[in-house]
Design a protein around this ligand. Structure first.
Ligand code: PLP
Length: 415
C-alpha cells in the first residue's frame, strides 16, 4: 500500500505505519523487542552485514522494525531521502558532528543555539575541530566566516529561547555554492510548520522529544537526509561507505559510526510512543501556535512587559520571513519584564504553567532562562545570545488560551 503525495500531512502520517506491511492485521506498528535477528541461510545474514540486503536487521543497536517504522514516518514528514533515529536529540546532533567532522575541519555554527548544543561546540573545539559562531540572521556573517576547510554550517530554524530565525535561504544558497554541508535543527518548527529542504538543508535535525513526540513521555532524536547534498563532494566519507549510490553515503556513515559504534540507540518502546505522538503533530502545532500567538500579542500590550520574542509578531526582526515561510509560529515564546526583580515572583504567581525545563509537553512550561538553562553559559555568552537577566521562556501547551490569559492577568497585576 502507498499513500499518494497529494494527501494532506496528517492523512499521510496516520497511515504511515501500515506502509511497511501490517503483521496479523495490526493497524499500529508492533513493539519489536528482539535484540538479535536470525536467518534461515547464512548467506542472508552475510547480505545484511555487507549491506546488499535491503532493510535487513542484525543487532538492535543499529535499529529494529519498530525504529525503522518511525524513521519511515519522519522521512515522509520531511519528504526526505532517509532518516536515522537516536536515543535523544543530543545523541543525533553529536553523531552528526563526531562522524562527519575531524580534527582540522572548520564548523560554522549559529551563535543562537540550544544550550547543550553550544556546550558540544566547546567539546569539538577541544577535539581539534575549528568552531566559529556567528550571528546567522545575516548570511553575510556566515559568508565572512567560511574558510577553505569549512565542512559544515549548523543553524536552528527558530532559536531557543530568543526565537531568532537565521537567513535560512541566504545561508542555503551559500552552502550550495561552496559545497558545504548545511545542517538545520528544525526541532521548534517541526516539519509540519517548515521543511528545511525548501531552503537547501542537506541534513535536518529533529529532537523527537519535542514537537514530533509531543506528549512529554519519551526522549528521541532524528537525523533526516533531504537528498539535496552531494556526498561525493564530502571528503570525510570512509572508503567502506563510498559504495553504491552517493545519495546514501552520509546516512550509511551516520548509522555505522553514529549508531552502531557510538550506541545512542532509540529503544523500540520509545519509538512506538514517539510514532503515536507524531500522529497528532499537526493538531498540536495548530493549537499551541494559536495560543502562543494570542499570549504573545496580549503580553506585548501589557505595561509590565518590556519585550516579547515571537516570530508571528510584527515586532520580530525576522517577521517577514516567518510570515512567508512558516505555517505558524510554534509553541515557543519568551519575554522580558520591565522590572527584573519581578522575574521570579511572576513565575511563582502563575498557577497553570509548570515551573520546569523542557519543551513541547502537553502542559505549558515556564522557566527563567538566565538563572537556569543558561546559568552555566555565564553572562558573556548570554549577552551574545540575546538573553536578558529577566528573560522568561514559555513552552505553550494544550490548555485553552482563555485560561492561560486569565492566569497571566492575575500574575502580572502589580508587576
Ligand atoms: C531539546 C532540543 C535538542 C535536544 O533534544 P533532546 O531530545 O532533549 O536531547 C536539540 N535541539 C533543540 C533546538 C532542542 O530544543
Amino acid at each position: 500500500m502507498t499513500t499518494p503525495q497529494n494527501q494532506s500531512f496528517t492523512t499521510q502520517i496516520v497511515h504511515a505505519d501500515r506502509l511497511g506491511g501490517a503483521e496479523q492485521g495490526a493497524i499500529h506498528q508492533p513493539i519489536h523487542t528482539s535484540v538479535q535477528y536470525g536467518y534461515e541461510k547464512v548467506e542472508d545474514l552475510i547480505a545484511v552485514f555487507q549491506g546488499t540486503a535491503k532493510g535487513g536487521f542484525n543487532y538492535a543497536r543499529q535499529g529494529t522494525p519498530t525504529t525503522a517504522a518511525l524513521e519511515a514516518k519522519i522521512t515522509k514528514m520531511e519528504r526526505g531521502h532517509g532518516t536515522i533515529v537516536f536515543s535523544t536529540g543530543m545523541a543525533g546532533i553529536c553523531a552528526v558532528f563526531l562522524t562527519l567532522l575531524k580534527a582540522g575541519d572548520h564548523l560554522v555554527a549559529s551563535q543562537f543555539v540550544f544550550g547543550n548544543t553550544n556546550s558540544v561546540l566547546g567539546t569539538l573545539a577541544d577535539l581539534g575541530v575549528e568552531v566559529t559562531t556567528v550571528d546567522v540572521t545575516d548570511a553575510a556573517n556566515v559568508a565572512a566566516a567560511l574558510r577553505p576547510n569549512t565542512r559544515m554550517v549548523f543553524v536552528e530554524t527558530i532559536a531557543n529561547p530568543g526565537t531568532q530565525i537565521p537567513d535560512l535561504e541566504g545561508i542555503g544558497a551559500l552552502c550550495q555554492q561552496r559545497g558545504v554541508l548545511y545542517v538545520v535543527d528544525n526541532t521548534v518548527a517541526s516539519p509540519y510548520l517548515f521543511r528545511a529542504a525548501t531552503v537547501g538543508a542537506g541534513l535536518v535535525v529533529n529532537s523527537l522529544t519535542k514537537s514530533i513526540g509531543g506528549l512529554g513521555d519519551a526522549l528521541g532524536g532524528a537525523i533526516t537526509d533531504t537528498g539535496l547534498y552531494d556526498w561525493s563532494r564530502y571528503p570525510n566519507i570512509f572508503a567502506a561507505y563510498r559504495k553504491g549510490d552517493a545519495k546514501g553515503w552520509g546516512l550509511q556513515q551516520l548509522r555505522k559510526k553514529g549508531l552502531r559504534d557510538m550506541g545512542g540507540t532509540l529503544s523500540s518502546h520509545a519509538a512506538h510512543q514517539l510514532a503515536l505522538g507524531a500522529e497528532t503533530l499537526a493538531l498540536r502545532m495548530d493549537r499551541t501556535s494559536a495560543t502562543a500567538l494570542a499570549l504573545a500579542q496580549w503580553l506585548e500590550a501589557h505595561p509590565a512587559i518590556a519585550r516579547v520574542h515571537y516570530p508571528m509578531l510584527p515586532s520580530h526582526p525576522q517577521h517577514a520571513f516567518a510570515k512567508k515561510h512558516l505555517k505558524a509560529g510554534s509553541w515557543l515564546l519568551s519575554f522580558e519584564l520591565r522590572n527584573p526583580d519581578q522575574c521570579l515572583p511572576v513565575c511563582n504567581r502563575l498557577q497553570l504553567p509548570i515551573k520546569a525545563t523542557g519543551l513541547a509537553d502537553t502542559r505549558t512550561l515556564i522557566i527563567p532562562v538566565a538563572h537556569t538553562i543558561f546559568w552555566e553559559a555565564g553572562p558573556a555568552v548570554r549577552a551574545t545570545m540575546g538573553i536578558a537577566d529577566s528573560m522568561i521562556r514559555l513552552s505553550v501547551g494544550l490548555e485553552e488560551a482563555e485560561d492561560l490569559l486569565a492566569d497571566f492577568e492575575q500574575a502580572l497585576a502589580g508587576a
